[in-house]
Design a protein around this ligand. Structure first.
Ligand SMILES: [Zn+2]
Length: 224
């Protein structure tokens, strides 16, 4: 049964299928393996291994959490989340802490500062706790960051519009409002770029807290 994942206002069909492996790198060709198939609205299909096959790979673990996230998104079936076990329901206090760290451009994992190389680039790792700020997952993290970027921009859009209309009513300068909002909507994705990416990391860390083994992997592997 296909599930749906909404990214960047587009709905991807996500399916989990077992297929004969044809990946020579794994050295296990011929064995059936689990894959996630992501089908975009335009028909583009991407296929990815998931965690059962490569539990040691952060990429595989992220894909598994994407699969679980897609299940959570399925309307009317919230029970799936707990039945699958490993995903954790974060406490409100942790959510507030991690997201406020993201908004302040600090590491969501430890609160460490100076994690931006420049406005559009996070440092590979947090200088304080060592966690990889893309969690070893550059491609998929881009999609998640885009999701937050759009949500944040739309929330800000609604708040600003509401404040302007309420404070200036009934003499709202509609032309000025329109032009400023257009400029703001163009600027918002740029202004919010690092915050969006860090919020995505915060969400991922909340739903899938790093264990000791993962932190060891982040801090032990060579410099990058
Ligand atoms: Zn950190």
């Amino acid at each position: 049964m296909p599930l749906y994942l909404f990214v960047n206002n587009r709905s991807w069909v996500v399916e989990r299928k077992r297929e004969a492996a044809d990946d020579m790198r794994s050295g296990r060709s011929g064995e059936p393996k689990l894959f996630l198939f992501f089908t975009a609205p335009d028909g583009e299909v991407r296929r990815s291994d998931i965690a059962e096959d490569f539990p040691e790979m952060p990429r595989a673990r992220l894909l598994e959490s994407v699969w679980r996230y897609a299940e959570i998104m399925r309307a009317g079936d919230p029970g799936e989340m707990t039945s699958r076990g490993e995903i954790v329901m974060p406490r409100a206090r942790d959510v507030a802490r991690d997201f406020s760290r993201a908004v302040l451009l600090r590491c969501p994992n430890c609160g460490g500062r100076k994690i931006l190389k420049n406005w559009f680039t996070l440092k590979p790792r947090c200088p304080r706790c060592g966690i990889r700020l893309d969690r070893g997952e550059a491609d998929d993290y881009f999609l998640g960051g885009m999701f937050f970027n759009i949500v944040l921009a739309e929330i800000l859009f609604a708040i600003v519009l509401l404040v302007v209309v309420i404070t200036m009513w009934p003499n709202v300068p509609w032309d000025g409002v329109e032009y400023s909002l257009i400029i703001a909507m163009v600027a918002a994705p740029i202004v919010l770029y690092p915050v969006s990416r860090l919020m995505w990391l915060a969400l991922d860390l909340l739903l899938r807290p790093p264990d000791d083994a993962e932190m060891e992997w982040h801090t032990a592997a060579g410099k990058d």
